[in-house]
Design a protein around this ligand. Structure first.
Ligand SMILES: [Zn+2]
Length: 231
């Protein structure tokens, strides 16, 4: 029964995602897609969690999400007849031209500043390092650029991986949404260091010592310069 309801959610959302992407694509950027993708993912995660308040992260992930090369995708289980998968915004072509989403808001969203402040307070009670990282990042995820909200599942990401000797110092960590973390891991496998340098800049870790220019301060600007270079 539950699986049928999930299928209904996917059937309802897929045409909306397709419509939004087709409508936006001539002028919207990949950065905007990431944001909307993330907002939607967080919503679905919360929906799944509310249905099973006593189950853990892993149990919920296995029940409602399938892991593929880009991370966890909302999908009915393979065993179900005619399995359904939620479309990803990244499956649609996007312009590299950057246009800012007004005031960091979206149709899915409430008051983000309010929530990110609340998050700092909440974290400081049980993980002082998370609170410090959150403060340094100004409450935002350096991958999608959105403010963290109280219900978001947040992961500490090692900039230099543990396997290559990275430690747990603040300087080597950034906080990411769980969903964004999956995407970062997938990107790291494909393009290596580029994404790490972007995260450092966006998480406001001082990168001047490494000789990075101000011109490459964020993805959006570099996206624009790429567009110029190729035209
Ligand atoms: Zn994020």
């Amino acid at each position: 029964m539950k699986a049928v309801e999930q299928a209904a959610v996917i059937k309802h959302l897929n045409p909306i995602i397709r419509g939004w992407c087709n409508y936006q694509s001539p002028w919207h950027s990949k950065a905007a897609y990431r944001k909307v993708n993330n907002l939607l993912w967080n919503r679905l995660w919360r929906w799944a969690k509310r249905r099973h308040p006593n189950k853990g992260k892993k149990w919920i992930a296995r029940k409602y999400f399938l892991l593929d090369s880009e991370g966890w995708r909302f999908a009915t289980r393979r065993e179900v007849e005619n399995p359904l998968r939620l479309l990803r915004h990244s499956e649609f072509p996007a312009s590299t031209e950057f246009i800012k989403i007004e005031g960091n808001r979206s149709p899915f969203d409430g008051d983000e500043n309010y929530w990110s402040k609340r998050m700092g307070e909440r974290y400081s009670t049980y993980d002082p390092q998370k609170a410090r990282l959150l403060k340094r990042q100004k409450g935002k995820c350096p991958y999608c650029g959105l403010s963290f909200k109280p219900d978001d599942v947040v992961e500490k990401h090692h900039l230099e991986s543990k396997s290559s000797g990275g430690n747990k110092a603040d300087k080597n960590l950034v906080l990411l949404h769980l969903h964004c973390h999956d995407q970062v891991e997938a990107l790291l496998r494909k393009q290596g260091n580029v994404v790490t340098e972007e995260l450092k800049r966006n998480a406001l870790i001082d990168s001047r010592k490494r000789g990075l220019s101000k011109g490459s301060r964020n993805l959006n600007k570099s996206g624009r310069s790429q567009a110029k270079a190729t035209s």
